[in-house]
Design a protein around this ligand. Structure first.
Ligand code: MLT
Length: 326
């Protein structure tokens, strides 16, 4: 190879190796986009907008939320897995990151190896809710109606692998029956159909149901947590209401594409930890029935450890059910 060309290539390689730390040192110097893999107005979107706003204050940059719904969250997840690993395109997703690796067997991206973890955010309780004129006022009465009407009832979820789908699986297993499942691009749109009465039942996170419950716009039968939810003091737990196996909470985390430099994921994790201490975020989370995770969980290492353990927990459950998305 000509000496001049060899020297030029060596110079380019040196410049490229120096460029990365410089990019990390200057990070962030433009708007960051957080992809939410569900429709606007739902619980994941709500957590994302509160977190993005608080992180932006620490980063000194605008952090925008973009919704990319569909296929139980895998469409938005794929978008981030295939994005440039520069810290400017992130994914905020929930327990679906632990179920997709088993539920979806033909994904066009690696649902585990395609991401760097940044930190956990919050773990949200779920509520079994119904349209306002549903013919039951307690969980036991609702179970009797579900067993009697079965597929005549419409149950909404946000696609296979969504938290509302998993909660529905647990409910139908605990009640030993089936309902007609109606998938949406998120439980934001599904809530509109519940409010209109076109959907009968849904299991959704308190971040999407608390205000509708407290206003009397929808019915609630239980929360899916061992203890009652402070924002919903009069709502019994599933155990109190007679369905102790009907328990699930929805953890949320922040991700970057695989290959994003550690200096950048660590900077983002520091901003996330600051955001989770922000009084405005803490207050709003509490009003919506949830709370930030402990600071030690908002780190890349703790998040990855929790995530991999939850993948291992859900794999045999999904395989035993034998229900896959593809
Ligand atoms: C879910 O069911 O996974 C979420 O509620 C979806 C959403 O945030 O819309």
């Amino acid at each position: 190879m000509y000496p001049f060309l060899r020297r030029s290539l060596a110079a380019c390689a040196l410049l490229a190796s120096l460029a990365l730390p410089a990019a990390a040192q200057q990070f962030p110097n433009r708007t960051i986009t957080v992809i939410v893999p569900f429709a606007a107005g739902g619980p994941t979107d709500t957590v994302a907008r509160l977190t993005a706003e608080a992180m932006g204050r620490d980063l000194g940059q605008t952090v925008v939320v973009e919704n990319a719904g569909g296929a139980g969250g895998t469409i938005g997840s794929q978008r981030v897995a295939q994005a440039r690993p520069d810290g400017y395109t992130l994914l905020l997703h929930h327990i679906g990151m632990a179920t997709a690796p088993t539920l979806y067997r033909r994904l066009a991206y690696d649902p585990v190896g395609g991401f760097e973890t940044i930190g956990l955010i919050t773990e949200v309780p779920m509520t079994l809710v119904a349209k306002k004129d549903f013919p039951a006022t307690t969980l036991q009465e609702a179970v009797a109606v579900i067993r009697r009407q079965r597929e005549a009832l419409n149950y909404a979820n946000a696609g296979i692998g969504a938290a509302s789908h998993l909660c529905g699986l647990l409910l139908m297993k605990a009640v030993d029956t089936q309902m007609t499942t109606v998938p949406f691009r998120g439980t934001g749109p599904a809530m509109q159909e519940l409010l209109s009465g076109r959907i009968d039942l849904m299991c959704d996170q308190t971040t999407n149901t608390t205000e509708q419950i407290n206003s009397g716009a929808i019915r609630v039968f239980a929360v899916t947590t061992p203890q009652r939810v402070e924002a919903l003091p009069n709502v019994p737990t599933s155990t109190e209401a007679g369905l102790p196996d009907f328990q699930v909470t929805v953890w949320h985390g922040l991700y970057a594409p695989k290959g994003t430099p550690a200096e950048i994921t660590q900077r983002l994790s520091r901003a996330l930890q600051v955001a989770l201490r922000d009084p405005r975020l803490v207050q709003r989370f509490a009003e919506l029935g949830t709370a930030p995770v402990a600071q030690a969980q908002a780190t890349p290492e703790a998040h990855r450890q929790f995530w991999l353990a939850d993948i291992a927990k859900w794999r045999p459950i999904i395989q035993a059910a034998g229900q896959y998305a593809d």
